[in-house]
Design a protein around this ligand. Structure first.
Ligand code: ACM
Length: 265
């Protein structure tokens, strides 16, 4: 299965331009699972509720999801991509999962970061894994990585590959994902963005790039540079994430001792 990400610098508010950039990038690319950044079509730094309301979309009827559905169908590919979702009077930091067969699912970000907490409602979907023709795909969004429970939950639900749309600004995630992957023996595809947004005085956000694909043994299979727009693809075997044994005595998920993990829930 060819998994990959498109790391780029979306222009704030310019949905059509950002979506078109994705379409052009994947047109010539041989890929089965494409992961795009968090808020890939809108940009990240919202400064008002009106702006959030203006740029958020319903799912699946909405410009961004419709474009992704068309791209999935046309190229016969699976896509996981982040967008601000409007649902009734609530707004979520969401990711859609589309495939040649249509909309596969939606995940709403559980752990909101920084000023997202001003504008968005914490996700109510919980973590989900979808069993597809290309493998069992789970989703977490950006800061969800900081909580090891996110990746663990997805692994316990049977994920082979965690698709991870991101807009990382802190430096920690790229070097932490190998641990998340190793401790759960899963693949992860982190799709981050590049560039800087300064939509408020005295507050600029620089996104750190370094999108990557990590193996169930915690190896960084590919990593993008910090500040380059790039589409990268890697052949992976999702089934390699299904054998959780380290040796004949240790199966890392089966050997858990939840009776001693009480405070976790
Ligand atoms: C983040 O969750 N966008 C850092």
């Amino acid at each position: 299965m060819k998994a990959g990400f498109y790391q780029f610098n979306p222009s704030f508010g310019k949905k059509e331009e950002n979506i078109e950039k994705v379409v052009l990038a994947v047109r010539e690319t041989d890929i089965d699972l494409l992961v795009l950044p968090e808020f890939f079509a809108t940009g990240y730094q919202f400064v008002s509720h009106d702006e959030v309301a203006d740029l958020s979309e319903t799912i699946p009827q909405g410009q961004t999801t419709e474009a992704l559905l068309a791209l999935s169908r046309e190229k016969g590919i699976y896509i996981v991509a982040g967008l601000p979702e409007m649902a009734g009077d609530k707004f979520y930091n969401s990711a859609v999962f589309t495939g040649p067969e249509g909309l596969i699912g939606v995940y709403r970000k559980t752990h909101l970061f920084f000023e997202e907490t001003l504008f968005f409602t914490p996700g109510d979907t919980g973590f989900k894994v979808w069993d597809t023709k290309i493998g069992r795909i789970g989703i977490m969004i950006c800061f969800d990585w900081f909580y090891p429970e996110s990746a663990r939950t997805l692994a316990l639900m049977g994920a082979d590959v965690v698709a991870h749309p991101a807009n990382l600004v802190l430096p920690f995630c790229p070097d932490s994902m190998p641990v998340r992957c190793l401790e759960n023996m899963i693949f992860a595809v982190t799709a981050n963005r590049t560039g800087t947004e300064q939509r408020k005085e005295n507050q600029s956000l620089t996104f750190i790039g370094k999108s990557e694909i990590v193996s169930p043994r915690g190896e960084i299979l590919i990593r993008a540079p910090e500040d380059e727009e790039v589409i990268m693809v890697m052949d992976i075997d999702p089934a390699a994430a299904r054998d959780k044994s380290l040796n004949q005595f240790n199966d890392i998920l089966r050997n858990r001792k939840p009776q001693f993990y009480g405070p976790l829930s």
